[in-house]
Design a protein around this ligand. Structure first.
Ligand code: ADP
Length: 493
């Protein structure tokens, strides 16, 4: 099966979150299933600085956008240690910028134009180098117009009616909505700008367009697939998703253990495994305390947090707890993140107030993310919603016990430590349901109490470390979803 991934992010080229991890590792995991993936990504500055070998192809194309003709070039690379080709759409005015989508808390104001160009450039890739594509697998709003183009444009060298589309929702909250006149940029007929297709309350909406036009839909965990069909998590699109519930699949993301495993992690102070994690984690914790300028107290529990500083991630619940725990000297915190300026200020202020309890780094640093995973005792993810979440799976592998809110993929991966789950050996973390500071504090207290029973604590850690959250199972399920996708255009695998 020939699958073309159209995505704005793919590690190791460019990443702002889980989308990059998934699109960089899923394609390689699909190869043993007889799938031939090809990736198309924008030629972002970050990709060119990634150190990956990127070669020009000499292929040039022009795309009409709002009466102008915009020139693009294709360059080529491969996913590391694989034969999976990655085509980069080069258009320096659009993509050679410091960030991918936004700077200083504001979206780039030509995001619609940039990603219309990217979506149309993917069609050029299909026509010029991948005419045997059977499924376009598009991801999130930045690729959301592809299902529309495939259904509405006539191909020059390929018959688009023979190409099915699968659209994966990584985060429904980011929809790509723009004022209605941007419809002109798409080159699509205004007849599609209606409330049943591309319009959402008077605006052009890339995400909704994809949900309507794609042959099949998926999202990144079974629980999130259910949640988004209801008002609380549906972001206004729950009706569209209910209409398409027979075509909507939930497949949990996998973890790339070639990168996220403490046995071989080059970023951490000392490698360790589930057989010798006590000494290894102690050494990693000491190194982390030193790196963050915290007192090296071996027995004080360390809570790590890595992630986008966004309302979604539950920082409004965490903020009041930091002073409470700090006053008691009960824990240390290691926090790494970038995002909303209000959280930058809040965390910077708290770090200044509690220098011995709180180590904060307001930056994007992959090596430091690995060290927080290895050096923490606990990993906090009290998300308001979480489509899948990868950090809790990384934490399990690093023996850093996750405390999560039971939502989306967090609910699908973390089994709360109760008397029963501990006794039967299924517990791998702590979870709570109500989105309140009290509920989160209650889970932290339960965790701290178990932490003081070393045997039970080590058993909990070992259970998590020995679990398999790799792409193996998920790649199998994606292969089935691709089959379902082809069925929907009358093709048989
Ligand atoms: P989301 O996609 O919603 O941001 P996920 O948990 O699915 O959340 O994935 C986040 C990914 O981004 C993880 O690989 C995490 O380690 C990484 N990440 C997030 N913020 C940072 C940061 N400031 N520095 C390094 N890595 C980060």
């Amino acid at each position: 099966m020939n699958i073309l991934f159209a995505t704005a992010e793919a590690v190791p080229f460019c990443k702002t979150g889980g989308l990059g991890d998934v699109c960089g590792s899923l394609p390689v995991a699909l190869v043993p299933h007889g799938i031939r993936p090809t990736l198309v990504i924008p030629g972002f500055r970050q990709a060119h600085k990634s150190g990956q070998p990127i070669e020009p192809t000499g292929i040039e194309f022009e795309i009409p956008i709002a009466g102008r003709s915009v020139v693009g070039l294709l360059s080529k690379s491969y996913l590391p240690d694989s034969d999976v080709p990655v085509y980069l759409v080069e258009q320096p005015d659009y993509f050679d910028r410091p960030e991918l989508y936004r700077e200083d808390g504001a979206d780039y104001n030509d995001n619609c134009e940039r990603f219309v160009f990217f979506n149309r450039a993917v069609l050029e890739v299909i026509e010029r180098v991948a005419p045997d594509t059977q499924i376009v697998h598009a991801h999130d709003w930045t690729s959301g117009l592809l299902p529309v183009y495939l259904k509405t444009l006539a191909g020059r060298n390929v018959d688009y009616a023979q190409i099915a589309s699968l659209f994966t929702i990584h985060n429904l909250a980011y929809q790509g909505t723009f004022w209605h006149w941007d419809m002109e940029l798409t080159g699509l007929d205004w007849k599609y700008f209606n409330w049943q297709q591309m319009e959402f309350y008077g605006q052009l909406n890339f995400m909704k367009s994809a949900l309507v036009f794609a042959d099949a839909l998926s999202t990144v965990s079974p629980t999130y697939a259910k949640e988004i069909q209801h008002e609380e998590h549906g972001c206004g699109l729950e009706g569209v998703l209910q209409d398409r519930s027979d075509d909507l699949f939930g497949v949990l993301n996998g973890c790339d253990y070639s990168v996220w495993t403490p046995e071989t992690d080059p970023h951490i102070a000392r490698p360790y495994s589930s057989d010798d994690f006590v000494a290894g984690k102690a050494e990693c914790k000491r190194a982390l305390q030193q790196e963050l300028g915290l007192p090296a107290i071996p027995d004080l529990p360390m809570i790590s947090i890595v992630g986008r500083l966004a309302d979604q991630k539950g920082f409004d619940l965490i903020a009041p707890l930091i002073p409470q725990f700090a006053e008691r000297g009960a824990v240390q915190w290691a926090i790494l993140g970038t995002g909303d300026p209000k959280y930058h200020k809040l965390l910077a202020d708290l770090a200044e107030r509690y220098p011995d309890q709180l180590g904060v780094r307001l930056e994007f640093s992959n090596p430091l993310a690995h060290r927080l995973e290895a050096g923490g005792d606990l990993f906090l993810m009290p998300s308001r919603y979480e489509p899948c979440g990868l950090n809790q799976m990384y934490s399990l592998r690093y023996g850093t016990v996750p405390i999560v809110r039971a939502t989306g993929g967090l609910a699908d991966t973390i089994t709360d430590a109760t008397d029963h789950s501990l006794s039967v050996g299924t517990a791998n973390g702590f979870s709570f349901v109500d989105y309140t500071t009290d509920a989160l504090a209650g889970s932290i207290e339960r965790a701290l109490s178990l932490y003081r029973s070393p045997d039970a604590w080590r058993r909990l850690i070992r259970t998590g470390m020995n679990q398999d959250w790799s792409w193996r199972t998920s790649a199998d399920q994606y292969t089935q979803v691709y089959g379902e996708t082809l069925n929907r255009i009358g093709m048989v695998v």
